[in-house]
Design a protein around this ligand. Sequence first.
Ligand code: ATP
Ligand code: MG
Length: 590
Amino acid sequence: MSDATAAPASNFIRSVVEADLGAGRYATRRWAGRPGFAIEHRQGLPDPARIRTRFPPEPNGYPHIGHAKSIFLNFELAREFGGRCHLRYDDTNPSKEEQEYVDAIADAVRWLGCVWSDDSESNLYFASDYFEHLYACAQSLIESGCAYVDSQSADEVRANRGTLTSPGRDSPFRDRAPGESLRLFREMRSGVHAEGTQLLRAKIDMASPNLNMRDPALYRIRFAEHHRTGNDWCIYPMYDFAHPISDALENITHSLCTLEFEDHRPLYDWLLERLRERGFFDQPLPQQIEFARLNLSYTITSKRKLQELVTLSLVGGWDDPRMTTIAGLRRRGFTPESIRLFCERIGVAKADSWIDMGVLEQALRDDLEPKAPRATAVLDPLKLVIENWPQDQVEECSAPVHPQRPEMGRRVFPISRELWIERDDFAEQPPKGFFRLFPGNMVRLRHGMVIRCTGFEKDANGRVSAVIAEALPDSRSGTPGADAYKVKGNIHWVSAAHALEAEVRLYDRLFAEAMPDAGGRDAKLALNPQSCHVIRAWLEPSLRLAQAGQCWQFERHGYFVADRVDSRPGAPVFNRSVALRDSWGGAKAR
Ligand code: ATP
Ligand code: MG
């Protein structure tokens, strides 16, 4: 669908930006060099960024694959149109936010290759740095009669909000004098009032069919410590208030968010318009544009629900390779390029839909196929003894690092009398169409010679414990005699005396159901009990030197990465990133 040379696929947001730029809508903007009110921006030079977008995560968890969609959308749009994309932490909610998450988000964005700062601008912001600005805006809205302090209890506020089918009821405090509201608001800030006793609300319309316009809350009292401002504040702004103002302070032109905020857009516009009238901001104001969130099958894209899996130790942590957090995907062996490719393929639409997990997995295969070096791994080992091979004789075999890319060079590995092969490459009694090892049959040992099976041994339990074979003369791959042998089977192997024994983790999808949390269901009940299978495998000896984070294609098996956390020098641990083919639903590649 997409190839590297094609222009970026169009989407409706790109069209909006093109039209805005074509109409010169943002040409007059000035930029103070940092966020601020209009009075500051007016002193600045014309904004060097043709557009400004932002990625505004709340630091209450690790970012996930859904965030990647938003990250690429915002950063790519800015890059493409000569703009800037800001990384803004939306950290206005004190109790749930932590420094660990702030760091995890920056790591993820950086790892995905998105850049928020360079020599000329550093666009890393915290909404909590705007608390004074937000407070000033609130006071002004109160003075102009656009906001009031409501002294109803939380229950009364709720009861009077009305429903989708019935209008709300005005608060008895709605018409209180601005001077009185202002005094109460200042008292709220200074800690005079208890939590839940006072609420700052916008004065809009209690009968609006849009519930978000029924005098929405702007500020509430919270005696909570904030991860950056400590105990400086005991009132905190609501998202719907902080977000448009943060956008306007930062000169954002296109404020992209997911569809569930569509109903909040009238409030976004109402607030900025009121503040523009009062001189806080100039035209053109930022515009909110909604797009469909990513829903991915066999996983969940909600920080809160992912958090629960971590807290209950149902996974090994936020970076568990089964988690579709960016940290988990990275540890699983996903590359930034594969995630970018995935995001390009799914595109940006205006209607919610579900994307199949197979699309993400295929993006990884397509990214790794041309670049991953090849190696041999025997995951379910069975001994093979070549009885006519001298006991101490070791020879060298070689194979291309990548079959289509000779410039990547060749790899060498030893062959000797005893090898490990895959258990399922041997059959005592071959089923129909089985071309690999069985008594009397010939196969080629990949990059080695042709052998014929002459027998096998069983252990006390009747399980095959060794396969016996003879090497056929002049059959080495790459020698003139090799072509004389016509064999249908070609199996991989490693020399038993030389192979590297390593832990390999075969991962499967974390959930056994396509929509684990659909309809408000508890996703935990849909966990796949077989999502991690740890084995000891025998690997090509050179893999001893694997560096954490390096990936390979283990021939005939799939793509594997040396685990970033548990690998030790000389003793890598491998994660299966993805099997060679999509085997989900059919026979699992085990
Ligand atoms: P969560 O429910 O996981 O906490 P959120 O929407 O509350 O997600 P934020 O940190 O507030 O997460 O979001 C940061 C940005 O990422 C927002 O612009 C949001 O719209 C976007 N985003 C979050 N989840 C998705 C998703 N599944 N698909 C696309 N964009 C998303
Ligand atoms: Mg959120």
